[in-house]
Design a protein around this ligand. Structure first.
Ligand code: C2O
Ligand code: CU
Ligand code: CU
Length: 465
């Protein structure tokens, strides 16, 4: 079964919004795709590893001519990739060398809140360092690190702060999947930016409904190409844009298989020719180039704009194919006594709200016991003709999508997720359980909506104390 349509409702694709504009093609030569280096531990043993993550200013050659002033984690732009292993404990020093306060949010990690999770309650002032410690207890997946100071998340991400986080575990490592980082297993951070005389100008490009950029960037590279040396590539796609939806497809409508969603490997691969990712979402896909020969090119598009080029080189034929069954994902237990919670996202522009309120750091909006499963009905009450898709995200946990307006979830939503696009006039029912305590945010992942107030917080109570 090959799906050929984007699952989401096309009347509310952002392309219809009045402040929307499509991507343009950069007027610059092709550049090799930047592959972020892997973060080197400060110390490492079987069970305990330490890292230092420094947010810093830098300069990056993005367009021909003058370098661009950018921000990054241990890098001038984006960041070094953080590798974590399930079962291990990490001590991380979070260092701020920026001229302003930031936070270090682990999007997709089940770590306690609010200090370790790194939401707006965990500021690190310039020249200061925060020490955190956490144990990884969740399946192999692709997560990410980004700033979360309220209300400056959008601007700090725009300047470049975002790093990929790869969690490994024993189950995933037994599957016949590509996992040679930088060779056949690639981070693909999808973003868009505009430049003014080669510099970013967030105020100039700002849009209250989400800031869009003219040029597509993959891992910070404009007009990227990658030289393919293996039959299959595993792409860890991350929509790291402030607002832009990415509607992905390849030249020749080359089919590809999604093997993982935000929170881990899917029960089985889902094959399609078109995949849409809303802001904050991740998907791991396998692209197979077996029908191509040396010298040919495969282009990745979003809508009708080329994003990057895969240049096919010589490769050995694979001795294996993607397994038809990947892993078991056990459904969270729902019973007659499972508590039902409702959350409503409403408004656009500067009227965005959750449950009719704008975010207040001093107000707690929900409570839930650790280990307790609840059903959340998450609605987007924007009008169906002019509305937007709001990507709904919860910190500190991975949830399961039960239904969309009473219908089964999309085929690629049958695994763990932490961000789900909610169409206008839709209620997405999810099952939510937290395994770690603390205060966590839940919000729309259009970053300007989040900063404007489409965010709320939940206290997860530690019942094991
Ligand atoms: Cu990706 Cu609250 O964040
Ligand atoms: Cu998050
Ligand atoms: Cu939104």
């Amino acid at each position: 079964n090959i799906y050929t349509d984007y699952f989401f409702d096309d009347p509310v694709f952002d392309t219809k919004g009045d402040s929307y504009f499509p991507l343009e093609q950069a007027d610059s030569p092709q550049n090799p795709l930047a592959i972020p280096p892997i973060l080197v531990p400060d110390s490492e043993s079987d069970l305990y590893t330490t890292y230092t993550i420094t947010s810093q200013e830098g300069e990056t050659a993005i367009l021909p001519g003058k370098k661009t002033k950018t921000w990054g984690y241990n890098a001038s732009l984006l960041g070094t990739t953080v590798i974590l292993e399930r079962g291990k404990t990490y001590g991380v020093s979070l260092k701020n060398e920026l001229p302003e306060t930031t936070t270090y949010h682990w999007h997709g990690l089940n770590v306690s809140g609010p200090e370790t999770d790194g939401g707006p309650h965990a500021p690190v002032k310039p020249q200061e360092t925060r020490e955190i410690e956490f144990t990884v207890n969740q399946p192999a997946s692709t997560a990410w690190l980004h700033p979360h100071p309220c209300p400056d998340t959008a601007e700090q991400v725009w300047k470049g702060l975002a790093a990929m986080v790869i969690i490994k575990d024993e189950q995933e490592s037994k599957l016949a999947l590509p996992r040679d980082y930088g060779i056949d297993d690639l981070p693909i951070v999808l973003q868009d930016r505009s430049y003014h005389d080669n510099q970013l100008d967030y105020q100039k490009d700002y849009n209250v409904d989400g800031t869009l950029g003219k040029l597509p960037l993959i891992n910070g590279t404009v007009n990227a190409y990658f030289d393919v040396t293996t039959q299959q590539l595993r792409l860890r796609l991350l929509n790291g844009a402030n607002r832009r939806e990415f509607r992905l497809h390849f030249s020749d409508d080359l089919p590809f298989s999604q093997i993982a969603s935000d929170g881990g490997i899917l029960p089985e691969p889902i094959t399609f020719t078109h995949l849409m990712l809303t802001c904050g979402e991740r998907a791991e896909i396998i692209v197979d180039f077996k029908e191509y020969s040396v010298g040919e090119e495969v282009i990745l598009y979003s809508d009708d704009r080329p994003l990057m080029t895969f240049r096919i080189g010589e490769f050995e034929k694979n001795q294996w194919t993607v397994p038809e069954k990947l892993i078991e994902v056990e459904p969270l237990k729902i019973t007659d006594s499972t508590k039902l919670e409702e959350t409503v996202m409403s408004g656009m522009k500067d009227f965005v709200k959750i449950d009719d309120k704008i975010f207040d750091m001093k107000r707690m909006d929900k409570q839930q016991n650790m280990g307790e499963t609840q059903i959340w009905d998450v609605s987007n009450i924007n009008p169906a003709d002019v509305g937007m898709i709001h990507p709904f995200h919860i910190h500190g946990t991975q949830f399961q999508v039960i239904s969309r307006n009473g219908q089964p979830p999309y085929a690629n939503e049958r695994g763990w997720k932490d961000t789900v696009g909610v169409n206008a006039q839709e209620t997405v029912r999810i099952a939510v359980k937290f395994d770690v305590p603390g205060i966590f945010m839940y919000h729309c992942h259009i970053l300007e909506h989040e900063d404007t107030g489409m965010m709320a917080q939940i206290e997860v109570i530690n019942t094991k104390k």
